[in-house]
Design a protein around this ligand. Structure first.
Ligand SMILES: [Mn+2]
Length: 368
Protein backbone atom coordinates (compact mmCIF):
# COMPACT_ATOMS: atom_id res chain seq x y z
CA UNK A 1 0.00 0.00 0.00
CA UNK A 2 1.28 3.48 -0.83
CA UNK A 3 2.38 5.76 1.98
CA UNK A 4 0.56 9.04 2.52
CA UNK A 5 2.60 12.09 1.48
CA UNK A 6 5.21 12.74 4.20
CA UNK A 7 3.96 16.24 5.07
CA UNK A 8 0.33 15.04 5.36
CA UNK A 9 1.42 12.16 7.49
CA UNK A 10 3.31 14.42 9.93
CA UNK A 11 0.27 16.69 10.28
CA UNK A 12 -1.95 13.69 11.04
CA UNK A 13 0.15 12.27 13.88
CA UNK A 14 -1.62 14.13 16.69
CA UNK A 15 -4.93 12.68 15.48
CA UNK A 16 -3.52 9.19 14.99
CA UNK A 17 -1.92 9.02 18.44
CA UNK A 18 -5.07 7.98 20.30
CA UNK A 19 -5.74 4.94 18.11
CA UNK A 20 -2.10 4.10 17.38
CA UNK A 21 -1.04 0.50 18.01
CA UNK A 22 2.55 0.99 16.83
CA UNK A 23 4.94 3.59 18.21
CA UNK A 24 8.34 4.30 16.72
CA UNK A 25 10.50 5.51 19.60
CA UNK A 26 13.86 7.30 19.41
CA UNK A 27 16.31 7.44 22.28
CA UNK A 28 16.05 9.74 25.29
CA UNK A 29 18.81 12.02 23.98
CA UNK A 30 16.30 13.08 21.30
CA UNK A 31 19.06 14.18 18.95
CA UNK A 32 18.60 14.71 15.24
CA UNK A 33 19.24 11.03 14.49
CA UNK A 34 16.54 9.86 16.88
CA UNK A 35 14.01 12.43 15.72
CA UNK A 36 14.66 12.09 11.98
CA UNK A 37 14.88 8.29 11.98
CA UNK A 38 11.69 7.92 14.04
CA UNK A 39 9.67 10.32 11.87
CA UNK A 40 10.72 8.84 8.54
CA UNK A 41 10.43 5.23 9.66
CA UNK A 42 6.98 5.86 11.18
CA UNK A 43 5.86 7.38 7.87
CA UNK A 44 7.28 4.38 6.00
CA UNK A 45 5.46 1.95 8.31
CA UNK A 46 2.23 3.94 7.88
CA UNK A 47 2.33 2.83 4.24
CA UNK A 48 2.77 -0.82 5.19
CA UNK A 49 0.68 -1.19 8.34
CA UNK A 50 -1.86 1.62 8.13
CA UNK A 51 -4.36 -0.34 10.26
CA UNK A 52 -1.99 0.11 13.23
CA UNK A 53 -1.74 3.89 12.76
CA UNK A 54 2.02 4.08 13.35
CA UNK A 55 3.29 7.27 15.00
CA UNK A 56 6.72 8.55 16.02
CA UNK A 57 7.33 9.51 19.64
CA UNK A 58 10.15 11.81 20.73
CA UNK A 59 11.35 10.54 24.12
CA UNK A 60 11.55 13.97 25.77
CA UNK A 61 9.23 16.64 27.06
CA UNK A 62 8.10 19.13 24.48
CA UNK A 63 9.85 22.00 26.30
CA UNK A 64 13.21 20.22 25.90
CA UNK A 65 13.07 21.01 22.19
CA UNK A 66 14.43 24.42 23.20
CA UNK A 67 17.64 22.67 24.25
CA UNK A 68 18.05 21.32 20.72
CA UNK A 69 18.33 24.35 18.44
CA UNK A 70 19.66 22.19 15.60
CA UNK A 71 16.53 20.00 15.68
CA UNK A 72 14.33 23.09 15.58
CA UNK A 73 16.40 24.44 12.70
CA UNK A 74 16.06 21.26 10.63
CA UNK A 75 12.34 20.89 11.32
CA UNK A 76 11.83 24.46 10.11
CA UNK A 77 13.92 23.81 6.99
CA UNK A 78 11.84 20.70 6.31
CA UNK A 79 8.60 22.66 6.75
CA UNK A 80 7.55 20.71 9.85
CA UNK A 81 5.68 22.43 12.66
CA UNK A 82 6.86 20.98 16.01
CA UNK A 83 3.28 21.35 17.29
CA UNK A 84 2.37 18.40 15.07
CA UNK A 85 4.97 16.11 16.65
CA UNK A 86 4.43 13.82 19.61
CA UNK A 87 6.47 14.13 22.80
CA UNK A 88 6.25 12.30 26.11
CA UNK A 89 3.75 14.93 27.30
CA UNK A 90 1.36 13.87 24.53
CA UNK A 91 1.39 10.08 24.84
CA UNK A 92 0.95 8.01 27.97
CA UNK A 93 3.35 5.29 26.95
CA UNK A 94 2.70 3.04 29.97
CA UNK A 95 -1.03 3.10 29.30
CA UNK A 96 -0.57 2.49 25.57
CA UNK A 97 1.69 -0.48 26.25
CA UNK A 98 -0.82 -1.93 28.72
CA UNK A 99 -3.37 -1.78 25.88
CA UNK A 100 -1.15 -3.87 23.62
CA UNK A 101 0.71 -1.26 21.58
CA UNK A 102 3.89 -2.37 19.79
CA UNK A 103 7.18 -0.51 19.96
CA UNK A 104 9.77 -0.04 17.25
CA UNK A 105 13.09 1.19 18.63
CA UNK A 106 15.30 3.46 16.55
CA UNK A 107 18.72 4.80 17.55
CA UNK A 108 18.82 2.55 20.64
CA UNK A 109 18.37 -1.19 21.09
CA UNK A 110 17.27 -1.80 24.65
CA UNK A 111 14.39 -0.21 26.51
CA UNK A 112 15.11 3.06 28.29
CA UNK A 113 11.60 3.27 29.72
CA UNK A 114 10.59 0.89 32.48
CA UNK A 115 7.73 -1.37 31.47
CA UNK A 116 6.43 -4.60 33.02
CA UNK A 117 8.03 -7.62 31.25
CA UNK A 118 4.69 -8.65 29.72
CA UNK A 119 4.34 -5.26 28.05
CA UNK A 120 7.76 -5.02 26.44
CA UNK A 121 6.51 -5.66 22.92
CA UNK A 122 9.45 -4.45 20.88
CA UNK A 123 8.69 -5.79 17.41
CA UNK A 124 11.48 -4.13 15.40
CA UNK A 125 14.81 -2.38 15.98
CA UNK A 126 16.93 -0.19 13.72
CA UNK A 127 20.05 1.13 15.42
CA UNK A 128 23.79 1.72 15.18
CA UNK A 129 24.81 1.39 18.85
CA UNK A 130 26.51 -1.55 20.49
CA UNK A 131 24.07 -4.50 20.35
CA UNK A 132 22.91 -5.24 23.88
CA UNK A 133 21.24 -8.45 22.75
CA UNK A 134 17.72 -7.49 23.78
CA UNK A 135 14.60 -8.59 21.86
CA UNK A 136 16.20 -11.22 19.62
CA UNK A 137 12.83 -11.93 17.96
CA UNK A 138 12.36 -8.37 16.72
CA UNK A 139 11.93 -8.19 12.95
CA UNK A 140 13.54 -6.45 11.27
CA UNK A 141 16.34 -6.29 13.82
CA UNK A 142 18.95 -4.17 12.06
CA UNK A 143 21.81 -3.25 14.39
CA UNK A 144 24.83 -2.30 12.32
CA UNK A 145 27.81 -0.24 13.38
CA UNK A 146 27.48 2.59 10.88
CA UNK A 147 27.75 6.32 11.56
CA UNK A 148 24.07 7.06 11.91
CA UNK A 149 20.72 5.29 12.27
CA UNK A 150 19.59 7.61 9.47
CA UNK A 151 21.81 5.63 7.10
CA UNK A 152 20.02 2.38 8.01
CA UNK A 153 16.58 3.99 7.69
CA UNK A 154 17.52 5.43 4.29
CA UNK A 155 18.70 2.01 3.09
CA UNK A 156 15.48 0.37 4.26
CA UNK A 157 13.09 2.96 2.83
CA UNK A 158 14.86 3.19 -0.53
CA UNK A 159 15.03 -0.60 -0.77
CA UNK A 160 11.36 -1.12 0.05
CA UNK A 161 9.81 2.00 -1.43
CA UNK A 162 12.41 3.34 -3.84
CA UNK A 163 11.69 7.00 -3.05
CA UNK A 164 11.03 9.56 -0.37
CA UNK A 165 9.96 13.19 -0.14
CA UNK A 166 12.64 15.90 -0.18
CA UNK A 167 11.69 16.97 3.36
CA UNK A 168 12.12 13.41 4.67
CA UNK A 169 15.47 13.16 2.89
CA UNK A 170 16.54 16.48 4.43
CA UNK A 171 15.77 15.19 7.93
CA UNK A 172 17.80 12.02 7.41
CA UNK A 173 20.65 13.86 5.73
CA UNK A 174 20.90 16.29 8.67
CA UNK A 175 21.17 13.42 11.14
CA UNK A 176 23.70 11.59 8.99
CA UNK A 177 25.94 14.64 8.60
CA UNK A 178 25.76 15.56 12.28
CA UNK A 179 26.53 12.03 13.43
CA UNK A 180 29.50 11.67 11.10
CA UNK A 181 30.82 15.25 11.45
CA UNK A 182 30.09 15.85 7.76
CA UNK A 183 31.52 12.43 6.80
CA UNK A 184 34.94 13.57 7.96
CA UNK A 185 37.69 10.97 7.87
CA UNK A 186 39.31 12.59 10.91
CA UNK A 187 36.30 11.96 13.15
CA UNK A 188 36.31 8.28 12.06
CA UNK A 189 32.58 7.90 12.48
CA UNK A 190 31.42 7.20 8.95
CA UNK A 191 31.47 4.08 6.83
CA UNK A 192 31.09 3.44 3.09
CA UNK A 193 27.38 2.85 3.71
CA UNK A 194 27.02 6.33 5.26
CA UNK A 195 28.81 7.86 2.28
CA UNK A 196 26.58 6.03 -0.19
CA UNK A 197 23.32 7.02 1.53
CA UNK A 198 24.48 10.63 2.00
CA UNK A 199 24.90 10.87 -1.77
CA UNK A 200 21.40 9.54 -2.38
CA UNK A 201 19.89 11.88 0.20
CA UNK A 202 21.77 14.90 -1.18
CA UNK A 203 20.33 14.14 -4.61
CA UNK A 204 16.82 13.76 -3.16
CA UNK A 205 16.76 17.01 -1.19
CA UNK A 206 19.02 19.09 -3.39
CA UNK A 207 21.10 20.93 -0.78
CA UNK A 208 24.80 21.72 -0.99
CA UNK A 209 26.58 19.61 1.59
CA UNK A 210 29.27 21.96 2.93
CA UNK A 211 27.09 25.02 3.37
CA UNK A 212 24.23 22.98 4.80
CA UNK A 213 26.51 21.33 7.34
CA UNK A 214 27.89 24.72 8.35
CA UNK A 215 24.41 26.06 8.98
CA UNK A 216 23.58 22.91 10.98
CA UNK A 217 26.63 23.40 13.17
CA UNK A 218 25.87 27.05 13.65
CA UNK A 219 22.36 26.21 14.77
CA UNK A 220 23.66 23.51 17.11
CA UNK A 221 26.08 25.88 18.81
CA UNK A 222 23.47 28.50 19.45
CA UNK A 223 23.56 27.73 23.16
CA UNK A 224 23.65 31.27 24.42
CA UNK A 225 21.74 31.80 27.58
CA UNK A 226 21.65 28.14 28.62
CA UNK A 227 22.57 27.47 32.25
CA UNK A 228 24.98 24.70 33.24
CA UNK A 229 22.01 22.59 34.32
CA UNK A 230 20.43 23.04 30.88
CA UNK A 231 23.72 22.37 29.09
CA UNK A 232 24.12 19.12 31.02
CA UNK A 233 20.49 18.14 30.49
CA UNK A 234 20.45 18.93 26.78
CA UNK A 235 22.05 15.73 25.54
CA UNK A 236 21.85 13.60 28.65
CA UNK A 237 21.47 9.84 28.99
CA UNK A 238 21.50 7.70 32.09
CA UNK A 239 21.59 4.00 32.93
CA UNK A 240 20.87 2.10 36.13
CA UNK A 241 23.54 -0.11 37.68
CA UNK A 242 23.92 -2.04 40.96
CA UNK A 243 26.90 0.19 41.84
CA UNK A 244 24.73 3.25 41.25
CA UNK A 245 23.08 5.13 38.45
CA UNK A 246 25.45 6.66 35.92
CA UNK A 247 24.85 9.44 33.44
CA UNK A 248 26.58 11.00 30.47
CA UNK A 249 26.11 14.46 28.99
CA UNK A 250 27.53 15.72 25.75
CA UNK A 251 28.34 19.41 26.04
CA UNK A 252 29.27 21.41 22.96
CA UNK A 253 31.81 23.70 24.58
CA UNK A 254 35.47 23.51 25.46
CA UNK A 255 36.31 23.54 29.15
CA UNK A 256 37.75 27.00 28.72
CA UNK A 257 34.55 28.32 27.11
CA UNK A 258 32.42 26.67 29.78
CA UNK A 259 34.44 28.22 32.58
CA UNK A 260 33.96 31.61 30.95
CA UNK A 261 30.20 31.36 31.17
CA UNK A 262 29.99 29.49 34.50
CA UNK A 263 31.88 30.83 37.47
CA UNK A 264 31.39 27.80 39.70
CA UNK A 265 31.41 24.86 37.34
CA UNK A 266 32.44 22.33 40.00
CA UNK A 267 29.49 23.07 42.26
CA UNK A 268 27.05 23.11 39.32
CA UNK A 269 28.27 19.75 38.05
CA UNK A 270 28.10 18.18 41.50
CA UNK A 271 24.62 19.60 42.04
CA UNK A 272 23.39 18.14 38.75
CA UNK A 273 24.79 14.73 39.73
CA UNK A 274 23.16 14.93 43.17
CA UNK A 275 19.78 15.95 41.74
CA UNK A 276 19.88 12.98 39.36
CA UNK A 277 21.07 10.64 42.13
CA UNK A 278 24.17 9.62 40.17
CA UNK A 279 27.18 7.62 41.33
CA UNK A 280 29.02 8.65 38.16
CA UNK A 281 28.50 11.58 35.80
CA UNK A 282 30.62 11.93 32.70
CA UNK A 283 30.43 15.24 30.89
CA UNK A 284 31.87 14.76 27.41
CA UNK A 285 32.97 18.11 26.04
CA UNK A 286 33.18 18.51 22.29
CA UNK A 287 34.56 21.60 20.60
CA UNK A 288 35.61 22.37 17.04
CA UNK A 289 37.75 25.52 17.32
CA UNK A 290 40.54 25.56 16.36
CA UNK A 291 40.35 21.78 15.86
CA UNK A 292 38.01 18.96 16.78
CA UNK A 293 38.73 18.26 20.44
CA UNK A 294 37.29 16.15 23.24
CA UNK A 295 37.61 16.80 26.95
CA UNK A 296 36.12 14.80 29.78
CA UNK A 297 34.89 15.81 33.21
CA UNK A 298 34.22 12.87 35.50
CA UNK A 299 32.24 13.19 38.70
CA UNK A 300 32.25 10.21 41.06
CA UNK A 301 30.46 9.82 44.36
CA UNK A 302 33.70 8.61 45.98
CA UNK A 303 37.38 8.93 45.35
CA UNK A 304 38.15 5.21 44.92
CA UNK A 305 35.56 4.96 42.16
CA UNK A 306 37.10 7.91 40.30
CA UNK A 307 40.63 6.51 40.54
CA UNK A 308 39.59 3.05 39.37
CA UNK A 309 37.46 4.40 36.54
CA UNK A 310 40.26 6.60 35.21
CA UNK A 311 42.76 3.72 35.36
CA UNK A 312 40.27 1.53 33.51
CA UNK A 313 39.62 4.15 30.81
CA UNK A 314 43.35 4.56 30.35
CA UNK A 315 43.63 0.82 29.75
CA UNK A 316 40.94 1.18 27.07
CA UNK A 317 43.02 3.73 25.19
CA UNK A 318 41.28 7.05 25.92
CA UNK A 319 44.67 8.70 26.45
CA UNK A 320 43.49 11.00 29.22
CA UNK A 321 45.74 13.74 30.51
CA UNK A 322 44.90 15.85 33.53
CA UNK A 323 43.76 19.25 32.35
CA UNK A 324 46.35 21.89 33.15
CA UNK A 325 45.14 24.14 35.93
CA UNK A 326 42.16 21.87 36.64
CA UNK A 327 43.36 19.29 39.14
CA UNK A 328 40.88 16.94 40.77
CA UNK A 329 38.50 18.73 43.05
CA UNK A 330 36.78 17.49 46.17
CA UNK A 331 33.27 18.69 46.60
CA UNK A 332 30.93 17.80 49.43
CA UNK A 333 28.94 15.70 46.95
CA UNK A 334 31.87 13.82 45.43
CA UNK A 335 35.09 13.98 43.43
CA UNK A 336 35.72 15.60 40.08
CA UNK A 337 38.48 15.07 37.55
CA UNK A 338 39.11 17.20 34.46
CA UNK A 339 40.85 15.61 31.48
CA UNK A 340 41.88 16.13 27.93
CA UNK A 341 40.92 13.12 25.85
CA UNK A 342 43.85 12.36 23.56
CA UNK A 343 41.89 9.73 21.66
CA UNK A 344 39.12 11.86 20.12
CA UNK A 345 37.69 8.88 18.22
CA UNK A 346 36.03 7.57 21.40
CA UNK A 347 32.54 9.07 21.31
CA UNK A 348 29.77 8.48 23.82
CA UNK A 349 28.54 5.56 21.77
CA UNK A 350 31.89 3.86 22.42
CA UNK A 351 32.37 5.17 25.94
CA UNK A 352 29.06 3.95 27.32
CA UNK A 353 29.79 0.22 26.85
CA UNK A 354 33.22 0.79 28.40
CA UNK A 355 31.69 2.31 31.53
CA UNK A 356 29.25 -0.57 31.65
CA UNK A 357 32.13 -3.04 31.48
CA UNK A 358 33.95 -1.16 34.22
CA UNK A 359 30.89 -1.33 36.46
CA UNK A 360 30.39 -5.02 35.68
CA UNK A 361 34.00 -5.66 36.75
CA UNK A 362 33.15 -4.03 40.07
CA UNK A 363 30.14 -6.31 40.60
CA UNK A 364 32.43 -9.24 39.86
CA UNK A 365 34.77 -8.10 42.63
CA UNK A 366 31.92 -7.56 45.03
CA UNK A 367 30.74 -11.13 44.52
CA UNK A 368 34.16 -12.65 45.20
MN1 LIG B 1 22.46 7.95 16.54
Amino acid sequence: MASPPFSHYIKSMQHQAGQSELIVLGNQGADLDSVASALVLAWHLAGQQSQKHPVALIARHRCDLNLRPEVKFVLARAGINPDHLLFTDDVELGKKMAQGTELVLVDHNSLEVSLPPGQQRVTAIIDHHHDQGAFPAASPRIIDQVGSTATLVTELVLREKGEMAASAALLLLSALLMDTVNLSAQARRSTARDQAMAEKLLALCGVERESFFNSLQQAQHDLKGLSTQQLLGRDYKEWPDPVGRYGTSTVLLSLEQWRQQETDLTTSLARFARQKGLAILMAMLVSYEPDFQRELIIFCRDKELLIHLVVFLEQQGLRLSIHPGNTAIVNRDGYLGFYRQGNAAISRKKLQPLVQRFLASLHGKQQE
